[in-house]
Design a protein around this ligand. Structure first.
Ligand SMILES: [Zn+2]
Length: 420
């Protein structure tokens, strides 16, 4: 979800903590706004605070402390969700702070009935406990220390608001998760998501309109809720439709690969002939080494072997993995295709976004996904095509792509660099 994050040098219960760039950008503004809020509280006669204690840089300093305290509280709120999820056996990927708060990313939602509600309620419970703690401290801290008292009062207030706001029944807020989880006790999960998704959209619109006249922060929040709930509903539909389908059922087993030693000049002709944009690169054992496509060919010497220019960071997935996992992996890696490998790293097929979308459409029409073998039945034998090396690339094939002729080719010092 967050690509521009910094990892903080501390882990909480084994969970890494990240700070998104948006948080750092908004921090000075937050400090300034909080300082204004604190000054407004000081002016309130019922608190009987001495305004002379809040001169000069004091409000800004207190604003900074209050904002840091707020975001520490947010981290504890997320930790509440995370520890509960871990108790259900779910792995927590990380906690990220961004300008609208905090996000705990789980590998998956706990599958136990009602578990999502328990995980969701844990966050607001932490926030209310913190509110009680800080407000309890205002009874202990004497008013003769107005700065400390003010911070305690403010943190108690924002933690209470944090807990209340998150209980709004609008997905993806905690209240929306509780609602969805409770609805899912009585109906299919996908329907529960659809209903709570519609409620969330109504609340988001209401929040946006209210924010228009009161607080621009709420407008941002409304946009966030609306977007997040749209993708959450879509994801829920997709996971329902892909249930029970494996990568092996959808992948293309008829994949053209290229050998690592193929010269770039030959590959360019190959791309034209095969009408593919890119190819998996394999060694002579059929093991996947990377991919190569038009992008990598730019500026490359025609004599250079493909392995010198290929991309070796290739997202892969196993044949037995769930199609839904492949879908998630594609969104995470922002890659429209995954290479399917067996346990030994040999490539056995290719799965594209289009393959998954086709399966989704077929299921949406109420059909079974053809080719998905019933449990216990043998899978179609693998047939991966390998391009035979044109007589070990010497002499060069008669293809002279893009006007390149061998006579004019400059010598490539890298050509004999090292065999693969
Ligand atoms: Zn929460």
């Amino acid at each position: 979800m967050f690509r521009n994050g910094f990892r903080l040098p501390l882990r909480l219960a084994g969970i890494s903590l990240y700070v998104d760039v948006s948080f750092l950008l908004i921090l000075p503004l937050m400090v300034w706004l909080t300082a204004q809020n604190l000054l407004a509280v000081v002016q309130m006669p019922q608190f009987r605070l001495d305004p002379s204690a809040f001169q000069g840089l004091m409000p800004l300093g207190l604003g900074l402390i209050a904002v840091l305290g707020l975001f520490t509280s947010v981290v504890l709120h997320e930790l509440g969700h995370s520890l509960t999820a871990m108790w259900y056996g779910v792995k927590v990927r990380r906690i990220t702070l961004w300008f609208l708060g905090g996000v705990a990313e789980f590998e998956e939602m706990p599958r136990q009935r009602g578990a999502e509600a328990v995980v969701a309620i844990a966050g607001p419970i932490v926030s209310f406990a913190l509110a009680a703690l800080f407000w309890g401290l205002t009874l202990v801290v004497p008013r003769t220390q107005p700065a400390t008292w003010l911070i305690m009062w403010y943190l108690g207030f924002v933690n209470g608001m944090l807990g209340l706001f998150n209980l709004l029944p609008a997905l993806p807020l905690d209240g929306g998760r509780i609602l969805r989880s409770l609805l899912a006790l009585r109906m299919p999960h996908v329907r529960a998501t659809a209903i709570s998704g519609n409620i969330a959209k109504v609340i988001a619109v209401g929040l946006g309109v209210f924010g228009l006249f009161n607080n621009w922060w709420l407008i941002l929040m409304a946009f966030f809720i609306f977007n997040a709930v749209t993708s959450e509903t879509r994801f829920s539909v997709v996971s329902d439709l892909l249930k029970g389908i494996r990568v092996g059922d959808l992948m293309n087993r008829d994949v053209k690969t290229v050998p690592a030693g193929m010269p770039v000049g030959y590959l360019s002709g190959h791309i034209l002939a095969e009408r593919h944009h890119s190819f998996p690169v394999v060694d002579d054992q059929g093991r996947l080494l990377g991919t190569v496509g038009m992008e990598e060919l730019r500026g490359a010497h025609p004599d250079a072997p493909v392995w010198q220019v290929m991309t070796s960071q290739v997202p892969t997935i196993g044949e037995d993995a769930d199609a839904l996992d492949a879908y998630k992996r594609m969104s995470l890696a922002e890659s429209p295709r995954l290479i399917v490998t067996d346990g030994l790293g040999a490539m056995i097929g290719l799965l594209t976004h289009a393959d998954i979308n086709r399966a989704i459409q077929v299921r949406q029409m109420g059909f079974q996904v053809a080719g998905a073998p019933a449990a216990g039945q043998p899978v179609t034998p693998v047939s991966v095509h390998r391009v035979p090396p044109p007589t070990a690339f010497s002499p060069y094939p008669p293809v002279s792509p893009f006007g390149y002729t061998r006579a004019h080719a400059p010598r490539d010092p890298e050509r004999h660099a090292r065999p693969l």
